[in-house]
Design a protein around this ligand. Sequence first.
Ligand code: PMP
Length: 426
Amino acid sequence: MSDNINTSIEPFAKKDGGLVALDVHAIRKDFPILQTKVYGKPLVYFDNAATSQKPKAVIDRIVHYYENENANIHRGIYHLSEMASEAYEGARNIVQKNINAASRGEIIFVRGATEGINLVASSWGRAHLHPGDEVLISGMEHHANIIPWQIICEEKGAVLKVIPVTADGELDLEAFQKLITEKTKFVSVVYVSNSIGTINSVKSIIEKAHAFRIPVLVDGCQAAPHIAIDVQELDCDFLVFSGHKIFAPTGIGVLYGKEKYLEAMPPYQTGGDMIQAVSFVKTTFKEIPYKFEAGTPDISGAIGLGTAMEYISGIGRTMIHDYEQKLLSYATEKIRQIEGLKIIGTAREKIPVISFTVAGAHPLDIGTLLDFEGIAIRTGNHCTQPLLAGFGVSATCRASLAFYNTIEEIDFFAESLDKVIKKIRS
Ligand code: PMP
């Protein structure tokens, strides 16, 4: 272990000069699943980039909804339906406030980041792309931000271009500058890589794209749990994220879009609740966001998402960020000592996601043996096959941490990793 790494969780300096500490042991009590054991060993959950665990506040809110408020929304004129509608729309207000959207109409509830990107690629793409146009993504994208663009480009005769990734795992912004031309009609980039943890300079990408009047979608899936997002400050035109990555349930997510774009886009799906009037001759649609929310949504999921966002705010974004950066540098230093271990993705700005390979040990074997120690990590391509191919590998081990993880867990992880690697090599 490096000498200059401070292993204690020290109080962080507050802006007013006082000191405040993130009390991780108190926070862990909020997450029932963190008290469970796996094969008789305490669970060490290091797969937060795949999905996060849920605090009791979120679980309780969902139980409360089903025990006291369950009804379909927007349609009933009775008390329960009004309560459910109020809770659902209240969650929209919380999301709006949290990401600082200009209006609540700009917040569309979707199934997750995947559905959000498909919605934009399909609806915006169908309406605006023409043969010869170009859509720019990056070499660091999750498959969810590749395939929808590939399909719409094929359909419309447009061309998909890719911003290259450097050997450190950063976006090559000089190459980006050259790729952006009069032909570019849309840019869709990931804020934070799920695979290697890089935090991209999306603000500068947005500024450069806007100089050409090109709209930009930001895939905020991995940014949302770790970074405070202000859509007006970023000036992104679209943003997507998934609830389940930010301590909320699965099946709910958010698409933020600037009003001027959403209003000009056709509906993605059609059906109940998104219409003004229907006849066999013509149908008219509701205003945003309802135009994009066809059918019965995930009501309890949206309510749970609102609670999760309030829970994060309650802890404090700065405190989470500072603590996670300590975890990142401690874990990086610790596992770097292991012989033959190579970290994939060494960008200057990262969230606590560490991808690595180990000479003479397959990721799958490492992951399987770590599981017997109660440690959950992810192995594979992390839905980023093109990115890993660029690094010359088809799979990595990935440890992804959240603010409820501890220095002690990292110590146990590093010790166990060393042990299982020796076992595999023996
Ligand atoms: N983008 C990124 C960067 C992701 O990490 C993920 C999930 N791993 C997605 C998109 C897709 O999210 P979901 O599966 O929740 O729709």
